[in-house]
Design a protein around this ligand. Structure first.
Ligand code: PLP
Length: 388
């Protein structure tokens, strides 16, 4: 049975070229970049060359790129680091109800430690408005965090407008761009953001490595204390193979971004249209237009999400419901709830996330097996009726 992976928002497989760069970094470049001798200097050169490559892809200065252990740590450093550093100025922060848990839990932690947080909602399409943000800002607001593309729906947020609102109000603006980098253009200077998180394993790089862009002049309180690595913002010997792998993966993602975007748009539009024409009562969650095209979140009313996942898995197709971190729990997704999707519809939602390995043949196969699975699950439902 062919294995069909439609869960690229959870993680992505690495390309051979990335693995090879990492292998070389591990085998030939084992030094500690902090060592003074030439073996250390060679590792330092690899580290700084990766930083330059990543900075160039983001339109940043290499001095503005700080390596972390992934998107979660980058989000924590951005939010907590900015809030703690600016405590003297104010203790209010703003984020949205549709953020990844890395941001939401950082905000909750700050709330338990003397800060006040406002959670801005979104509309039915999953979009947070810059106007809603403007209304939530107070003189005491020091940091705002709104994601660039949502991991569950793919919906793209008006980050440029929001960054402008924050600049005017004198608050720092962070965006979690983990699901955007490599899929849509992400240039920090065009966006006008102060802080931006990325994670290598979402763009065909290794797991456990990411970065935080920190605009020059922005000060953060470090969360990990120790040596003077990463210009004192993040202590710990750098993960050289991971960082080199991230730079290699980002170079490839940048080179392929436009053509993959076009291919993803075509494949996902075909998928949505075909599924909706073959199965009744299927809703696309989130805006159809303002979306990273590789993410398709569909609700199959009357069929329960976890059962759809298991049935598709038996056919060799891997998908998710809700975000990867919460799948396995039957709680309705906080993102769909924030969009006003009712609990029953939210529980029948499936996230299909397409990627570099997705072919038209795989999509056709998925379309061909779905009607029977949904019909069977609906026939077992005590509450679902065709015209319900
Ligand atoms: N932010 C978003 C939007 C994500 O989708 C993820 C991963 O699912 C993260 C942050 C966390 O990234 P990492 O897995 O690198 O910690």
């Amino acid at each position: 049975m062919e294995h069909i992976y439609l869960d690229y928002n959870s993680t992505t497989p690495m390309e051979a070229a990335v693995i090879e760069e990492m292998r070389r970094a591990m085998a030939d470049n084992y030094g500690n970049p902090s060592s003074v001798h030439s073996i250390g200097a060679k590792a330092k050169a690899a580290l700084e060359s990766a930083r330059e490559r990543i900075a160039a892809s983001l339109g940043a200065d290499p001095l503005e790129v700080y390596f972390t252990s992934g998107g979660t740590e980058a989000d924590n450093l951005a939010l907590k680091g900015a809030a703690l550093m600016n405590r003297g100025k104010g203790t209010h922060l703003i984020t949205s109800t549709i953020e990844h848990h890395a941001v939401l839990e950082s905000a909750h932690y700050l709330e338990k430690n003397g800060f006040e947080a406002t959670y801005v909602g979104c509309d039915r399409e999953g979009v947070v408005s810059a106007e809603a943000l403007r209304q939530a800002i107070k003189p005491q607001t020091t940091v705002v965090s709104i994601m660039m593309a949502n991991n569950e729906t793919g919906v793209i947020q008006p980050v440029r407008e929001m960054a402008a609102v924050c600049r005017e109000a004198g608050a720092l603006f962070h965006t979690d761009a983990v699901q955007a980098v490599g899929k849509i253009p992400v240039r920090v200077t065009d966006l006008g953001v102060d802080l931006l998180s990325l994670s290598a394993h979402k763009f065909y790089g290794p797991k456990g490595v990411g970065a935080l862009y920190v605009r020059q002049g922005v000060r953060l309180t470090p969360l990990v204390h120790g040596g003077s690595h990463e210009r004192r913002k993040r202590a710990g010997t750098e993960n050289i193979p991971g960082i080199v792998g991230m730079a290699a993966a980002l170079d490839i993602a940048m080179a392929k971004q436009q053509s993959e975007h076009a291919r993803m748009t075509e494949l996902s539009e075909y998928f949505i249209t075909q599924v909706q024409s073959r199965i009744e009562d299927v809703h696309l969650n989130g805006s159809r237009e303002k979306r990273v095209p590789s993410t398709v979140n569909l609700s199959f009313n009357g069929a329960e999400g976890e059962s759809i996942i298991l049935s598709l898995d038996l056919k060799g197709i891997a998908v998710s419901s809700g975000s990867a971190c919460t799948s396995g729990s039957l709680e309705a997704s906080h993102v769909l709830s924030a969009m006003g999707v009712d609990v029953i519809r939210a529980q029948g939602s499936i996230r299909f996330s397409l990627g570099r390995g997705t072919t038209k043949g795989q999509i056709d196969y998925t379309i061909s097996v779905l009607p029977e699975i949904i019909a069977r699950l609906r026939s077992m439902s005590a509450t679902y009726h065709k015209d319900a």
